[in-house]
Structure formats: structure tokens, C-alpha cells
Design a protein around this ligand. Structure first.
Ligand code: SF4
Length: 219
């Protein structure tokens, strides 16, 4: 550690990325956690690659999936759904959970079909399963709203009871996804996050943030 007073990490503002290319002739920035949190670096390497068998396996399988998804020239060939299948197989999972938004019910059906054809048992649960009415939870009834609301905690708890080994999130609302992750006993991976405007591709707003989306996003 170079300084006694740690500076708030700000990797997003870095221009050197020496962590990725240690050989480059540049100093680590003063806000660099790779340098300033050397103790955490050491402890997490120990945890993730040596001491914790689950984390060690996840790291190893992640590495394999990235490697095997490339051709001999190094080009990437596997999309995220293919990676999900390969990751789950190599982790030895047989039973996957799928927590989805009813707004993506068609996509949930297709994804289930693909996963089942690849040999997995899929336990799927829609966001409206166990939906409380607005009256029931003391929420306002307003004209454009559905009379019922999502129950992400129920989605997680049903998958917990079903003893799924990995839970896939498909299009849950912001906040509901946070609750789902909080209550899920199995590991969780998102296959898509909900973006009602941008076809579930929130990065679209970033790609146009200096143009069309500028006024919508900057204060
Ligand atoms: S860890 Fe350090 S070198 Fe890497 S991106 Fe963050 S600030 Fe930059």
C-alpha cells in the first residue's frame, strides 16, 4: 500500500488499466484498488482460487467456458445462453431455476425449451406467482396499474424449496431483481435485465448517451 489514507476506488475513471496489462510502463493511478487494497487482493486470491472449494470451482469453470468458447484464432463463438448451458453442465448442475417476468413469457418458454433439450430440469416461476393485490399490501390503485404486483420473494422461496442449483433471472424489474437475489439460496445469474424502453438492453442508453439520450440521462 502506497498511502496511509486510502483514496476511493475509481476504476471507471482509469485510463491505464495496468491491472489488465501489468507489463505496461505506467504508474497505477492514486485511486487504484489493485495497489491500495493489496491486502484484499491477497486475501481474495487465496479465497477464490485456493481456500473455498465452491469459489475455486466457479473460477475454474468460468475460465474453461471463456477458453473453450473461442476458436483456434481466438475469436469468441459462444453467446451468453450457450455459455450458461456450458457453465451449468461443467458445474454439474441438473436442476435450474428460472425466475421470469410475465412480460417475457414467450422468451421464458423458448429458454426453458433450450435448457431442457440440453438435459436440464427447469423449474420456472413467473413474477406474478403469489402476487398480492394492491389492496392487500396497502398500495394505491391507480388506473393504468395492474391490480396485482410481483412477488420476487415468493419466486426465490419456491425455487429454494425446489432445491434448484442455479437460478436464472429473466427480465425482473429493478428492485424485484434485488429482492430475488437477496432471498435466493442458490447462486443467481441474470440472462437479461428489464428495460421497458430499450428491448431489455440498458446499454443502448449508454451508446446513445452523447446523442439522443443525453437530455434524458444527464441532469
Ligand atoms: S485496478 Fe487500478 S489499473 Fe486497474 S482499472 Fe482500476 S485504477 Fe486502473
Amino acid at each position: 500500500m502506497k498511502t496511509s489514507k486510502r483514496i476511493t476506488p475509481a476504476c471507471a475513471k482509469c485510463s491505464v488499466y495496468k491491472c489488465r496489462n501489468p507489463e505496461i510502463k505506467a504508474e497505477y493511478p492514486i485511486f487504484c484498488p489493485h495497489e491500495n487494497y493489496a491486502d484484499v487482493r491477497k486475501a481474495t486470491i487465496k479465497e477464490g482460487w485456493f481456500d473455498n472449494p465452491d469459489s475455486k470451482k466457479t473460477n475454474r469453470v468460468c475460465e474453461e467456458v471463456v477458453k473453450d468458447g473461442r476458436d483456434e484464432k481466438g475469436n469468441y463463438n459462444w453467446c451468453r445462453i450457450k455459455e450458461l448451458i456450458e457453465y451449468s453442465k461443467r458445474m454439474g448442475y441438473k436442476k435450474l431455476g428460472l425466475a421470469f417476468c410475465v412480460g417475457l413469457k414467450d422468451e421464458a418458454k423458448i429458454l426453458t425449451d433450450i435448457l431442457e433439450k440440453n438435459g436440464f430440469e427447469v423449474v420456472s416461476i413467473a413474477c406474478m406467482s403469489g402476487a398480492p393485490t394492491r389492496d392487500e399490501v396497502g398500495y394505491e390503485n391507480y388506473p393504468s396499474a395492474s391490480s396485482v404486483i410481483c412477488n420476487p420473494i415468493m419466486q426465490a422461496e419456491v425455487l429454494n424449496r425446489e432445491q434448484t442449483e442455479l437460478n436464472v433471472m429473466l427480465g425482473l424489474c429493478i428492485g424485484h431483481d434485488i429482492l430475488f437475489i437477496k432471498y435466493s439460496k442458490a447462486d443467481v445469474t441474470p440472462i437479461a435485465v428489464k428495460d421497458r424502453i430499450l428491448a431489455h438492453n440498458p446499454l443502448g442508453a449508454l451508446y446513445t448517451s452523447q446523442g439522443y439520450y443525453r437530455k434524458k440521462l444527464y441532469p
